[in-house]
Structures are given as C-alpha cells and as structure tokens.
Design a protein around this ligand. Structure first.
Ligand code: ASP
Length: 301
C-alpha cells in the first residue's frame, strides 16, 4: 500500500448508530442513535502519527436526515477537499439513509480526493460494536493513492458512493452495490454553489406501484400540495398500474417532473418502445429521487 502520512485527514461526524448508545450494553438492539461525539468515536481508533481534524457537523439518527444537514455537510466537505494539506475526508453517518447522502455528495461534488462514508450496525457501547473497525478501515481507505470520489466503507467492503444501497436491515454488512450505475444524461447537475444557496428545496414525492395501485394518492397530492416532481418505484421493469400511470401523466401535464424506477433492488429499468414516462436507468428509486431533486435545483437558475 502506498500511503502518505504527512497530510491531514478530516473526520466529519453526523450521528447514526456508530454514535449510538444502548441503556444496557448487553441489549445493544435497544439503543438511541447519535449520542457520542466525534472525539470519543476516534478514541483508540487513530493510528499513531496520523494527523486527524474533526468536526461535529450534525448529531442525527439518519432516518431524520435533512436538506439542512446535507448543505452543511456539502459545504464542509467542499471546503476540506480544497485544502492542499488535506488528503481525504471521512464521514460518519447512520446506515438508514447513507445511500442518499452518498449519491448526493458524489453527484454534486465529484471530489478529486477520497471521501469515505462509514457507519455501524451496533451502537458504540455494544461489546462487539463494529464502529471502531469500520472507522479504522475508512481512515486507511482515504490514505490510499487513487481512491478518489465518495465511497462507502463498511464491514471490510468498499462501495462506490453513487451505486450503493442498504439491502439488509440488520446484518453487520448491510450494503450492496451495482456496477455501471450512472446519473441519467437527461438530468442536470447543479453546482456546489447552487446547492449551498438553495433556500427552498424542491418537493419530490416517492410512490410505489403494487397490486390495486391506483392514482388516488397522486391526484390528491396534486390537488392540494402539488410536488415539483414524482419518482415512482414501478414493479419489475418499471411497470405501472394503468390508473397510477394515468395519474402520473396528468401530474406531468400539470408541470410536475416524473421519473420511473423499479421497486426491484437490482437491475433498474430498461427502455421499451411502449414507454410513456421517462425512467432512471439503473438508479434505485431513492437514488432517482436525489437525482431529480438535483435536476430541479439545477434548472432553477
Ligand atoms: N437509524 C440508524 C441511522 O441510520 C441506523 C444506523 O445507523 O445503522 O442513523
């Protein structure tokens, strides 16, 4: 391994289970996320001689991740990767929405230095907590030459940030990733400055196709608090119940942007001649939602 030990690594903490605490450490499933601060997380984890700077950007359970935290995080990552003396950035994050943050950061920033997001499935005070090992691996990853861009480092594996998804709810290694995932050509990407100055984020709703899916939910929301965009997690190759499809076409006519993904974990949507609504290729529904949010921000100015 070709390492550079003279430069600094920045660790930005946002909360999650990695910073969680259980009231009784013998029952680690009963815990509260986002309790431990970043300096405590790094206790005993940083190798001697490694220069680490820390910032507590947020302290949230990632189920509650917000656009405001995304803006703070994007601002801090953009700041630090632009510093010559910084070799890379490690972010601690809850696993639940990690894939959305990873897609967001990679798409907007496309950093030319390593940015490793890491996490844990067990709280910090569980006897077998996986957080310290994951943090150590993330610190190692960002010291490797060539590991540029946003990655997710967890349980001994490294995933590309734009291609990762949480596909298991409780095993120690909850992530998988698909090859060849790319941002759809039809969707624009805003600049970092556009995202940081965004005071009113677009509203992009996510709806599923399923047995007896109909257009009621879409029509009701369009009539009362119309979203700027809809992502639909279709069945199979992005197929939609005829009434849901009709309602989404109506929404499109009313000015909402609509994007089709698949509710299948793998494979996305492939084009067919009979397509009437645009699709998001290999993106999962939640990745497609981030992609559409960004597109709508980019189109504003
Ligand atoms: N609810 C936690 C979070 O996403 C779960 C985790 O970190 O694994 O913050």
């Amino acid at each position: 391994m070709n390492r550079n030990k003279t430069k600094k690594i920045v660790v930005l903490a946002t909360g999650g289970t990695i910073a969680g605490l259980a009231a009784d450490s013998d029952q680690p499933q009963n815990y509260k996320a986002a309790q431990v601060d970043v300096t405590q997380l790094l206790d005993g984890v940083v190798p001697t001689g490694l220069h680490v700077l820390t910032e507590q950007v947020a302290q949230v359970d990632s189920k509650n991740m917000s656009f405001a935290v995304w803006q703070s995080l994007l601002g801090r990552v953009a700041h630090w990767v632009a510093q010559d003396e910084v070799q890379g950035v490690v972010i601690t994050h809850g696993t639940d929405t990690l894939e959305e943050t990873a897609y967001f950061l990679q798409t907007v920033l496309q950093p030319n230095k390593p940015v490793a997001i890491t996490c844990a499935m067990l709280p910090a005070n569980a006897p077998e907590s996986d957080g310290p090992a994951n943090l150590k691996q993330a610190l190692s990853w960002v010291q490797l030459r060539g590991s540029v861009g946003v990655s997710v480092v967890c349980a001994g594996q490294v995933h590309a940030g734009h291609a990762v998804q949480k596909s298991h709810s409780h095993q120690r290694n909850p992530f998988t990733s698909q090859a060849h995932v790319r941002h759809p050509d039809s969707l624009q990407i805003p600049t970092v400055a556009q995202v940081l100055s965004c005071t009113h984020w677009p509203h992009v709703a996510l709806v599923f196709n399923h047995v007896e899916a109909d257009g009621r939910l879409v029509r009701t929301l369009m009539a009362h608090d119309a979203p700027d965009g809809w992502v639909v997690a279709g069945t199979g190759n992005g197929t939609l119940h005829h009434d849901l499809q009709a309602a989404l076409l109506e929404a499109q006519e009313q000015g909402a942007h609509v994007l089709r993904a698949s509710r299948c974990a793998w494979g996305g949507v492939q084009s067919r001649d009979a397509d009437v609504l645009p699709h998001a290729g290999l993106l999962t529904a939640v990745q497609a939602r981030v992609a559409l949010l960004l597109d709508l921000i980019a189109r504003r100015s």
